[in-house]
Design a protein around this ligand. Sequence first.
Ligand code: SAM
Length: 366
Amino acid sequence: MSTLTAPSPTETIIDLLAPLWIETLGVPSAAPADDFFQSGGHSLKAMLFVSQLEKDHGICLPLSALVENPTLGGLADYIRSNPRLQHEAVEPFSIDGKETQIQYLLRYNDPDKQAMRNAAYESYYAQALRSKAHAEFCRQVYGENYGQHGMADFTQLDAMLDLLAPEAGDRLLDVGCGYGLISTYMAQKTGAQVVGIDLAASAIAEASERARLGDLPLEFHRMDLQQIDFEPESFDHIVSIDTIYFTRDQRQTIRDFHEALKPGGKLAIFRTFPKRSFTSDTWRPDLTELAVILREVFGDYRAVDFSAEENQHWASKLRVLDSLRDDFIAEGFEELFVFRHDEAAYEAGIQQFRYLFTAQKPFREA
Ligand SMILES: C[S@@+](CC[C@H](N)C(=O)[O-])C[C@H]1O[C@@H](n2cnc3c(N)ncnc32)[C@H](O)[C@@H]1O
């Protein structure tokens, strides 16, 4: 991949763009005044041009930039004046304008915080399946009660399964499986053998007992995602639904996932990025450290945007919880109500960005 060293003069960028311009449009030459759309470019060619530009040169151009700057010279000028478009020139994306996501995760997962959070999850899992109000909450928010604590509803889960396309007999690892009901859903829907891991002992005990009584290919282990302990190349798929936040070392965790995948194996990560000081103009998934790490470890990745759904999700959680408050209290589950309500009240108050990231481990060279 050839890249630009920022700041690069417009002429250098024109030289870099010209071969792709010529190839995409099928024209004999390219001059600064040439207009993409008047030279035979249509929307599909524009999309191809933009995606190839990222692949070949690490320049991540919004399609609208090409529409608004259709000449080769104008486009080069636009790229010159927006150095953030170039991966190599981009600083790791800041979570609050002060620290990187990796610094944030380190602080968020220091041992004391992790111990407190894990105690909260233990207590959550010890109560949630016993509460009728919580079951009703999950039904109204997610469509069905699978004891969910993440943010993925069935539309998102099915979109992920469509992208991974597990086949009967494939081995799939569900990282942060909680009660294992989503693992069960995936095993039922695809015929894959699902292995679930979670740090919460109460959740794994419940999941293991259910697996023992049922006849699906499911197994569960209490395991920290920061120390996964599986043979290399033992999974066809790894999914992490709202759990990647809990590692102090995102890069190492992604490397561990890569090692545990078979050649050709696929990874799916659902993750929300709290916007905090970002604006929708400065936000882009390819600028996140997760994207940088996926590109570094897997070579490439895809990101599917679920941000609109995420914003609706938290508003809906808050509304449903408020309507069920008396039911939680009548059952004696006020602590459970407060645990969910505090989180929803906070998250519904900030604009969210949510993406499903997928990546595939390359097949071995023949
Ligand atoms: C937001 S919940 C998501 C649960 C489930 N995937 C879902 O979508 O409903 C996060 C899960 O990660 C688990 N967890 C937290 N830290 C972990 C760690 N270090 N290793 C493994 N699991 C962890 C929690 O116990 C919890 O079950």
